[in-house]
Structure formats: structure tokens, C-alpha cells
Ligand binder design. Structure first.
Ligand code: 5GP
Ligand code: 5GP
Ligand code: 5GP
Length: 217
């Protein structure tokens, strides 16, 4: 009998702003799937409990099978790129996300459905458009967390969780946006609980152009 760790309450659908991931890592490596577009990228789709805890690594026997997601890989390269070093085509990052988080939702979504669901959610949320519509752009300017949150609520219908990190000048900056999704993966819902934001009052939306990629030999 499989462990019953898949009775989670909701998903966090987490997107990362590449500029903020990369300047915190000091550097990133140019993905083998090509230059990332100036857009949010998917970090993961994470099963969660209403009390804030979460299950992880629920099925040690399940590893990501390339043949299950071959029709999605091109789309994943664009919308779920891995920016860490060394350069990769993303498969390691996706495998990690599947093993740590995806296996805890296996009763709801198989491998193909899990990744397809995340891609659909990204398309549906269109965060950058919501922000741009409200005049919030990745131009190194500072915005209040309320304005960012409001803009996303206006665009998507739901209040997001906003997570910040700090750049090398210690500025608080927009790093990740959390949206909540029902256990079927089909519908955004209001978050039962917002993640810890770690944000200052005013947060910078870093310019994508600032990303610099390490040159590898
Ligand atoms: P950190 O400690 O950097 O916030 O998170 C490290 C990793 O723990 C994340 O990338 C993610 O895999 C997992 N994690 C952090 N916070 C949450 C959460 O609220 N829910 C779930 N399901 N996973 C989380
Ligand atoms: P923190 O002290 O920030 O709450 O957690 C530190 C680390 O412990 C997190 O980055 C995460 O990796 C792990 N962690 C915290 N809470 C949970 C949980 O409910 N489930 C799991 N799997 N890991 C957790
Ligand atoms: P999590 O924080 O979800 O537990 O783990 C993310 C893992 O994927 C880390 O080991 C991190 O180094 C790796 N990784 C590879 N590419 C990326 C990326 O573009 N963004 C993030 N956040 N992690 C990545």
C-alpha cells in the first residue's frame, strides 16, 4: 500500500522573476533551451496543507520519465527554464520538482498532467500583463507591495502571495509570486494562507536586462 501522503489541501503555484533569482545567485547560466524571455518563469506547483506545512518526496520510486512529457518539453523550455549553473535544458530542475512536490499529488495528477497543469496555469495567470496594465514594470523602480498585490488581484481575480529577496545592494526586490489552486489543478482559489513575504515596504522590480549569464567553456 502506498503512503496516503497525497491528501493535501491546495497547491501553491509559484512563479519566479528571473532577474531576482539571478542577481541573488550572483550569476546564472544561459539555459540550453535559449535566452529566457523577459517574463516570469514557473518554479513549481506545490501541494500544501491549510496549516502551512506540506508533504514532500512522497514516492521515492517515481522519477521523471522523459517520454511522458516529450510533447511538453519545448513549452517547458520557454515557460519553466532553469537558470542555475551549469547550463541545462531544465530536465534536472523539472525532475527535482516532480520528485519533491509532484509525487505528493500523484493521486490527482500523473506526470504529464502535472506539468501540463502548471503550463496552463501560467498562461491563465499572465502576471506580467497584470502588472504592466497597472503601470508596474521591471525597470528597477520601487513599488509598494500593496500596489503589486492589487494589480495581480485586478488581473487574475485573486490575491497573490509575494515573496522578496535581496539584491547585492540589499534592496528588497520582487522574487516570487504565489497563487493558490484547488487540488484538481484546474482553478485558482483564494489562498487559505499566504506564504511569508520577507518583503520591505517598498520593493524593487528588477530590470530583466540586468541578468548576467556566466560564460561557460
Ligand atoms: P525556502 O526555504 O527557500 O523558502 O524554500 C525552499 C524550498 O522549500 C522551496 O523551493 C520549496 O521546494 C519548498 N517550500 C518552501 N516553502 C514552501 C511552502 O510554503 N509550501 C511548499 N509546498 N513547499 C515550500
Ligand atoms: P523554516 O525554519 O523556514 O520553517 O523551515 C526550514 C526548512 O525546513 C524549509 O526550507 C523546508 O525545507 C523545511 N520545512 C519547513 N516546514 C516544512 C514542512 O511542513 N514540510 C516539509 N517537507 N519541509 C518543511
Ligand atoms: P526547491 O527550492 O524547489 O526545493 O529547489 C529548487 C532546486 O532547483 C534547487 O536545487 C535549485 O538549485 C534548482 N534550480 C535549478 N534551476 C532553477 C531555477 O531556475 N530556479 C530555482 N528557483 N531553482 C532552480
Amino acid at each position: 500500500i502506498q503512503c496516503l501522503s497525497d491528501d493535501f489541501d491546495f497547491f501553491y503555484f509559484v512563479q519566479q522573476w528571473p532577474g531576482a533569482y539571478c542577481d541573488t545567485k550572483q550569476s546564472c547560466c544561459y539555459p540550453k533551451t535559449g535566452k529566457p524571455t523577459a517574463d516570469f518563469g514557473i518554479h513549481g506547483l506545490w501541494p500544501n496543507y491549510n496549516d502551512g506545512s506540506w508533504p514532500s518526496n512522497c514516492d521515492p520510486d517515481s522519477t521523471l520519465d522523459k517520454s511522458q512529457i516529450s510533447d511538453l518539453m519545448k513549452n517547458m523550455g520557454k515557460n519553466w527554464p532553469s537558470l542555475s549553473c551549469p547550463s541545462s535544458n531544465g530536465f534536472r530542475f523539472w525532475s527535482h520538482e516532480w520528485e519533491k512536490h509532484g509525487t505528493c499529488a500523484e493521486s490527482e495528477l500523473d506526470q504529464h498532467e502535472y506539468f501540463e497543469t502548471a503550463l496552463k496555469l501560467k498562461e491563465k495567470a499572465n502576471l506580467l500583463q497584470s502588472l504592466t496594465n497597472a503601470g508596474i514594470e521591471p525597470n528597477d523602480e520601487f513599488y509598494s507591495i500593496e500596489n503589486i498585490s492589487e494589480a495581480i488581484k485586478e488581473g487574475t481575480g485573486f490575491t497573490p502571495g509575494i515573496e522578496c529577496n535581496r539584491d547585492s545592494a540589499r534592496n528588497s526586490q520582487l522574487y516570487q509570486v504565489y497563487m493558490c489552486v484547488d487540488t484538481s489543478g484546474s482553478n485558482f482559489i483564494e489562498c487559505p494562507l499566504l506564504p511569508r513575504s520577507r518583503c520591505g515596504e517598498q520593493i524593487q522590480f528588477p530590470n530583466f536586462k540586468r541578468i548576467y549569464f556566466v560564460k561557460e567553456n
